[in-house]
Design a protein around this ligand. Structure first.
Ligand code: ADP
Ligand code: ZN
Length: 526
């Protein structure tokens, strides 16, 4: 990097125009760049596609010395460095893919001052060898990309990140900029504390992704629902996320049989196939990638038109991050989630039966509650999502399923009491399928065998259909009245709050499921 005879901001704008060919900074970029060029620390929270890279790349050019970029995305380093070199920026990377000789050449260039930017993996950065190299080099700044990886509350925790606080101790005068696209208030505090960034200025960009339309549907023949969705946008490229590898394979095969240009992607595929599928998705037109969440972190394809979740994501952060891979080009994009009762139970079991320490479990439980609440909300999805990220969004967005089709809520106290007493009278051991049979008075073999056709609750709930009861049970779990018994193979048990409802001390408001309704009237909801 060289020094300019311009003010820092002018020098930065000059680089933006001459090197990148962009006319102006976007959003908070100018403020961040100015702050970092002046030597300040920064914590930058900006949504995916918001333009985080320039926030450290340009200061690295403007400030004397080399900008050290810590990134966990080894697979992307080469692409990023190639792109920078094309622009004439002197960039290089150090990671395990280089041989000894190549690495040495990069190190020499670094200490000679021949580099503007050096990308490095976190585990390498804290090695004595690399720290000595830093001692011998002039450093413009440290950029810590994907900074949420330092937090155990986040969803991509990387222990190596914890050691990055060493940078502050060893190089107190070098500005540091930590960047992430995903962090709730708790994770944010955690990042600042763990990276020693408590005095850093926080740059919090709006997390709204106005071009993404959010929809969440109860599962009801999920393959059919997926196919309907895809058939409506046959030209579009998108990602379909599934929880397990097995499901990825099955769905990809099913779609291919139905004539959809779909490919699987998960960590169990051999590397060559994985790479080939990824390349086809990125370079091809209208390819549908069926994948586990292993796919996507750092995949830079601007025209992903949709993201479908066949199973709910782990948390709202994960949902935001994963849906955020759609529409990075700013054009309209869709996010669709399908979720069913079994998913809710499974997720609860995962949290409750894990061996995590209590504090961790409490956080996980809160995150799950937030996710379920989001799925079951009658409010605008975007408002709910942004509120979760502590951002105010005063009016309903007009571009999500609950805005398109306002959800009716009703006094569901009696319905809830019926459901809860069915759980109670059957001994808090059964799953939703059986409970709904009991409520609707369906004398299956299991029902008669257990003598549940003799219960008072048998047949007391004929006013609702099967799907509607499923919706009620999901909401009772989401509202914390029922939970999955961690030892009970999906059996439901009452929580303490359920007692108040059973005693009519508390009113329960429920949403009427638009999908179940629409289905009854024979029309699709999208
Ligand atoms: P993030 O890392 O936040 O997901 P990127 O840094 O990859 O986002 O930027 C997203 C896209 O926006 C890139 O294609 C980038 O070149 C482009 N971009 C960023 N800043 C600007 C700007 N000021 N003017 C025009 N394009 C920009
Ligand atoms: Zn809305």
């Amino acid at each position: 990097a060289e020094t300019f005879a311009l003010s820092p901001l002018e020098a930065a704008q000059d680089a933006l125009r001459k090197v990148w060919g962009y006319p102006a900074f976007r959003g908070m970029q100018a403020d961040i760049v100015e702050h970092v060029v002046a030597g300040g620390d920064a914590l930058v929270l900006m949504p995916t596609g918001g333009g985080k890279s320039l926030c450290y790349q340009i200061p690295a050019l403007v400030r004397p010395g080399v900008g050290i970029v810590v990134s966990p995305l080894i697979a992307l380093m080469r692409d990023q460095v190639d792109a920078l070199r094309q622009l004439g920026v002197r960039a290089a990377y150090l990671n395990s893919t280089l041989d000894w000789r190549e690495a040495q050449e990069v190190e020499r260039a670094c200490e000679r001052g021949d580099l503007d930017l050096l990308y490095v993996a976190p585990e390498r950065l804290v090695t004595p060898r690399f720290l000595e190299l830093l001692d011998r080099s002039r450093i413009a700044l440290f950029a810590l990309d994907e900074a949420h990886c330092v937090s155990q509350w986040g969803h991509d925790f990387r222990p190596e990140y914890l050691q990055l606080s060493i940078l502050h101790e060893k190089f107190p005068d070098v500005p540091r900029v930590a960047l992430t696209a995903t962090a709730d208030a708790q994770t944010r505090t955690d990042i600042a504390a763990r990276l020693g960034l408590t005095d850093a200025r926080l740059f919090l960009a709006s997390f709204d992704r106005p071009n993404i339309t959010y929809r969440i549907l109860p599962k009801d023949q999920e393959r059919r629902q997926l196919l309907d969705f895809l058939r409506r946008r046959p030209e579009d490229a998108g990602v379909v996320y599934c929880l397990s590898r097995g499901k990825v394979d099955a769905i990809a095969q099913y779609l291919a049989e139905q004539g959809v240009d779909a490919l699987p992607y998960h960590a169990g595929l051999d590397p060559a196939t994985r790479q080939a599928n990824q390349d086809r998705f990125i370079k091809g037109e209208g390819v549908v990638m069926v994948a586990t969440v292993a796919f996507g972190m750092g995949i830079d394809k601007p025209n992903v038109r949709f993201v479908v979740h066949m199973d709910p994501p782990r948390s709202l952060e994960a949902y935001y991050q994963e849906t955020g891979r759609a529409g990075r080009d700013g054009l309209p994009a869709e996010a669709l989630m399908l979720y069913g009762f079994a998913d809710v139970v499974q997720m609860q079991m995962m949290v409750e039966s894990s061996d995590s320490p209590p504090a961790f479990k409490r956080t996980e439980r809160q995150k799950l509650e937030a996710l379920l609440g989001f799925c079951e909300t009658a409010r605008c999805r975007r408002q709910t999502l942004l509120t979760y990220f502590d951002e105010e969004y005063p009016k309903p967005c007009g571009k999500c399923d609950t805005c398109f089709q306002p959800v009716e809520t009703y006094d569901g106290t009696v319905v809830a009491q019926k459901a809860l007493s069915a759980v109670y009278r059957t001994g808090q051991r059964f799953g939703v399928g059986h409970l709904v049979d009991v409520l609707r008075g369906v004398a299956t073999d299991k029902v008669t065998e257990k003598g549940h056709d003799k219960l008072k609750t048998f047949g007391c709930g004929t006013e609702l259909g099967k799907q509607e009861w499923h919706s009620v049970f999901r909401q009772l779990v989401a509202n914390g009245l029922l939970c999955a018994d961690p030892e009970g193979h999906g059996g439901l048990i009452l929580t303490e709050t359920a007692t108040a409802v059973l005693k009519s001390q508390e009113v329960v408001r429920l949403r009427r499921d638009p999908a179940a309704e629409a289905k009854g009237k024979g029309k699709a909801s999208w």
